[in-house]
Design a protein around this ligand. Structure first.
Ligand code: ZN
Length: 657
């Protein structure tokens, strides 16, 4: 590992806090040091307050900030003397500690100080850097970890045995550090946790961190435990989407809420999941307290979906008794599932959480494999893991607060997602917390929204193979499909029946009708496994109840689709799946209505464009967003007991009313 310090770059940052920002970002650039909010840094600065009194302030990383992108407001200014006084208390609960940290912060708008703030305060150096470096964690997670650390560092570090992060750890360090540090001390290693470095300047502290971690890496290299052989997994067979959806259903039941399940069949994950000893080495616990993840290796048990659900249910019940979960207020669902066919599956309340778990577990695998090569991976004892999990949950609650969005943990699939009503639906469902898969003929659908909560798949919905592939991808990304919006359709130019060629009729039927049959058939096995029951919204048309001349193919296709939806409502009600239809009319902010077409239609009726747009009973303009919001609400609790319904969104149409 090399120092990334660059004097020119550093010159762009001024003052003690500015350089603290700079070197924190350098740490954040190195994933082998810090991952997703892991690790923290601080600087002690003497300031003069409004009354002219001097006081010592600890600027420590606030929660919710990542080192990679931190800025000055990301550091919470806490009164240093108060923190040092706290470290002498015999006892302080974690919630009391968080309260003290918040109430002794000098800036009202500051983030909550890191829970490791007291630990930073008691170290008598201006700059303090803390990481969960993979190499150090690897060495400490072995049977004779402490001796190895001593062998690597000699007198340069103080070694602290494992204690859960929080007040107890800070108090232990406050006692041990002064007694055990000496003139050669440059750092402090926390067993099963990570490493601290410190210095009088930002550069000194940062470069000591790099140097100390490099030593750990070199030690592993010498022991042939650093460079891992490339993974060579047995190719995994294709897993049926319903099998993955069944796994997610079982995980969601264990969690008590819909969860996103992301499958990553990368070679390194498959190889790890296929190891003969995976059940043993993956169950010994997390690599560091930050990496607390429940790991389950769930064998795939056949191809029968009901059997999957039953077996997974039995599996989780067996391994995670409910009573313990209730006691700890923690959901008993695994966050990591290792499977020889699926590779690594990670679980979260959102796609982002699942992605973070994947990143963390990638590093955990490295730590486990290297520690195995060094002589045997040994993680925290089970009781400690349990306490950390509980504590982590508390922290998560503090960070998040509030109620989760309506569709949190659920997955929506929208067809025709690149423009108009479909695009608006993607936005409405995303706004309600759903992960969304958008399908469209237009390849721009891929990049319309940011990952990881959105996946856009270019897809001709009339091609059954492409549809099957799109569903398979959706399920690998998010674990299932719970909400389905059938929106893709074509609206051909006006043509009388006498002039309507059969090919055009068939083309309209193929897109507006046949494709939706195929999509519904693909979706059904997934919808019935939806953790909160499946919901389908079909975008119909005012033309269903009130057709217009010149639109025979369109009106007939939408009427047939409407009937298909009603039959689906009848057939699927027993599975708890609702199927409802929305009938929009005169939605002009879509691809087909160019300003020229609008102007010519308005002129045809002798109206201005504005009058033409509002030609309905209420005299209002109906937008794509209006339709999308109704579609989303039709998947919400208000419509939980409605199926087979047809709702117009057209400003009121005399022929429909
Ligand atoms: Zn830490």
């Amino acid at each position: 590992m090399k120092s990334l310090w660059n004097d020119q770059e550093a010159a762009g940052f001024s003052g003690e806090l500015g350089l603290r920002v700079y070197s924190s970002r350098l740490l954040g650039r190195e994933p082998a040091l810090v991952l997703h909010g892991g690790g923290n840094t601080s600087v002690k600065i003497t300031e003069t307050d409004l009354l002219g009194e001097e006081e010592r302030i600890l600027y420590v990383k606030g929660s919710g900030w990542d080192l990679e992108s931190i800025d000055e407001p990301g550091f919470a200014p806490v009164r240093l003397d108060h923190l040092i006084a706290l470290s002498r208390l015999p006892l302080l609960s974690d919630s009391e500690m968080v309260n003290e940290l918040k109430t002794h912060t000098k800036r009202a708008s500051a983030p909550t100080p890191s829970v490791e703030a007291i630990l930073h305060a008691i170290l008598p150096y201006r700059y303090v850097d803390h990481t969960h470096a993979d190499a150090v964690v690897t060495i400490t997670n072995t049977d004779d970890g402490a001796e190895r650390v001593r062998e690597v560092y000699g007198e340069r570090v103080v070694i602290i045995p494992y204690v859960m992060p929080g007040f107890d750890l800070a108090r232990l360090c406050a006692e041990r550090f002064p007694a055990e540090s000496g003139p050669h001390t440059e750092g402090m290693v926390l067993m099963n946790h990570g490493i601290f470095s410190f210095g009088e300047s930002a550069r000194e502290s940062y470069e000591r961190m790099i140097e100390l971690v490099s030593r750990a890496e070199a030690y592993l290299e010498r022991k042939r435990a650093w460079s891992l052989p490339a993974a060579e997994p047995v190719p995994a067979p294709d897993v049926a989407p319903e099998a993955i959806a069944a796994l997610r259903r079982a995980v969601s039941e264990a969690a008590g809420a819909p969860m996103i399940l992301h499958c990553a069949p990368e070679p390194e994950f498959l190889a790890f999941a296929q190891r003969a000893d995976v059940a043993q080495i993956s169950q010994r616990g997390p690599a560091t307290p930050d990496h607390v993840i429940r790991t389950k290796r769930v064998p795939m048990l056949g191809r029968d979906v009901d059997a999957y659900v039953r077996d997974y249910r039995a599996y989780f019940r067996l391994h995670e008794p409910r009573s313990r979960a209730r006691k700890t207020m923690l959901d008993p669902a695994p966050r990591v599932v290792l499977d020889p066919e699926l590779g690594l599956c990670t679980v979260g309340r959102s796609p982002r959480e699942a992605a973070i778990v994947q990143d963390i577990y990638r590093h955990t695998i490295g730590v486990i494999l290297r520690a195995e090569a060094l002589g045997g991976f040994r993680a925290l004892p089970a009781q400690e893991i349990f306490e950390v999990e509980y504590w982590e949950l508390e922290q998560a609650k503090l960070r998040r607060g509030g109620t989760p969005p309506a569709f949190a943990g659920e997955v929506a699939l929208v067809t025709g997602a690149a423009s108009g009503i479909g695009r608006a639906c993607v936005e409405s469902f995303r706004a309600r917390g759903a992960a969304v898969v958008g399908l469209d003929l237009d390849p721009r659908v891929e990049a319309l929204h940011p990952a990881p909560g959105y996946v856009g798949i270019p897809c001709d919905v009339t091609d059954p193979e492409r549809v099957a592939a799109a569903f398979a991808r959706a399920v690998r990304e998010f674990g299932g499909v719970d909400l389905l919006v059938l929106n893709a359709g074509v609206f051909p130019a006006s043509r009388s029946i006498a002039e309507l060629p059969l090919e055009e009729w068939r083309r309209v039927m193929a897109v507006n009708l046949d494709a939706n049959l195929e999509i519904l058939r693909r979706a059904w096995p997934l919808l019935r496994l939806a953790p909160r029951r499946g919901r389908v919204v079909v975008v119909g048309s005012k033309n269903v109840p009130a057709p217009g001349p010149g639109a025979a193919a369109y009106s007939a296709s939408k009427a047939a689709l409407n009937q298909l939806a009603r039959v689906a409502a009848l057939e699927w009600g027993g599975d708890g799946i609702t199927v409802n239809v929305v009938h929009p009319n005169a939605v002009f902010d879509t691809g087909i209505w160019t300003p020229e077409v609008l102007a010519s239609r308005a002129a045809h009726y002798g109206l201005s464009v504005e009058e033409y747009k509002r030609r309905n009973v209420l005299g209002v303009e109906v937008t794509s967003r209006d339709v999308a919001e109704l579609a989303a609400e039709m998947c919400g609790p208000v419509f939980a007991k409605t199926t087979g319904a047809q709702i117009p969104v057209d400003g009121g149409n005399e022929r429909v009313i």
